[in-house]
Design a protein around this ligand. Structure first.
Ligand code: KIV
Length: 279
């Protein structure tokens, strides 16, 4: 049983970054999922999730676009607000979208402030090794989750969805992880990296590592929820485990509904109002 998981008696009302750090210190695995709306946020929060990430994967999942590059600060703000309002207990992290922090540290700090004000989230996440920017945002009082390894906003520069940190790139990844920790990040996502290097980084860093396609030795795991629960489109990446088939459940429910409407068996008497009823 988790020290901070779905245990109402011992769990704090709201998870803070210090609780996430305590989980690492106590060797307690950290659970994280993406969420983009109040419906899923409420369900995952009730289930005891530790971290909800309002990822810019919303571009694919919510808006059906091909890449995350098109997401705007306003779009992230709207989705972030819905999740933060619906899930008061998990730590809610919102992605800084592409184009909102690359120009300068000032631009990044401004965007982070805007997102925190608009969403009521607990932290922001940004991709790549950017120690100066992380330092500046932390200095402004905003917790930062870093994101290394495969970083989808750089998919064109990285040449597609390719495993990072292999061979000679291993040491670079290790040093990047050290630098984001030194800059003040409270956690770091490691995406699509070999499990050996993810394990080494997790053992070497004081802050928690959250893996996605990074093996089992990271301090926590995150998945895009629609991939994990069977609502995603297309083939899910190899590192995803399907914990449910929500698409089939919805498909079946929709077919039954349509059939009952066509057959005039919905709504029934009990589902209708009558003139003669008192209330
Ligand atoms: O945008 C996102 O969903 C992410 C996760 C894949 C970590 O960054």
């Amino acid at each position: 049983m988790s020290v901070y998981g779905n245990n109402q008696q011992s769990s704090p009302k709201r998870l803070r970054i210090r609780h996430i750090q305590a989980m690492k210190d106590q060797g307690q695995p950290i659970s994280a999922l993406t969420s983009y709306d109040a419906l899923s946020a409420r369900i995952f929060a009730e289930a005891g999730i530790d971290i909800l990430l309002v990822g810019d994967s919303a571009a694919n999942v919510v808006f059906g676009r091909a890449s995350t590059l098109s997401m705007s600060l306003n779009e992230m703000a709207v989705l972030g607000r819905a999740v933060a309002d619906a899930a008061p207990r998990p730590l809610v992290v919102v992605d800084l979208p592409f184009g909102s922090y690359e120009v300068s540290c000032e631009q990044g700090v401004q965007s982070a402030i805007e997102l925190m004000k608009a969403t009521g989230a607990d932290a922001i996440k940004l991709e790549g090794e950017r120690p100066e920017l992380i330092r500046a945002i932390v200095q402004a009082g905003i917790p930062v989750m870093a994101h290394l390894g495969f970083t989808p906003q750089s998919e064109h520069a990285l040449g597609g969805f390719v495993v990072q940190g292999k061979g000679e790139a291993r040491e670079t990844l290790f040093q990047s992880a050290r630098r984001v920790e030194e800059a003040g990040a409270f956690a770091v996502v490691l995406e699509m990296v070999p499990q050996e290097i993810a394990g080494e980084i997790s053992a070497a860093l004081r802050i928690p590592t959250i893996g996605i396609g990074a093996g089992n030795a990271t301090d926590g795991q995150i998945l895009v929820w629609t991939d994990a629960f069977g609502l995603g489109q297309g083939r899910a990446p190899r590192f995803v485990r399907r914990f449910a088939d929500v698409a089939s459940v919805l498909d079946q429910a929709a077919r039954e509904y349509i059939q009952e409407v066509h057959a005039r068996t919905f709504p029934a008497e009990a589902e209708s109002f009558s003139d003669t009823e008192e209330r």
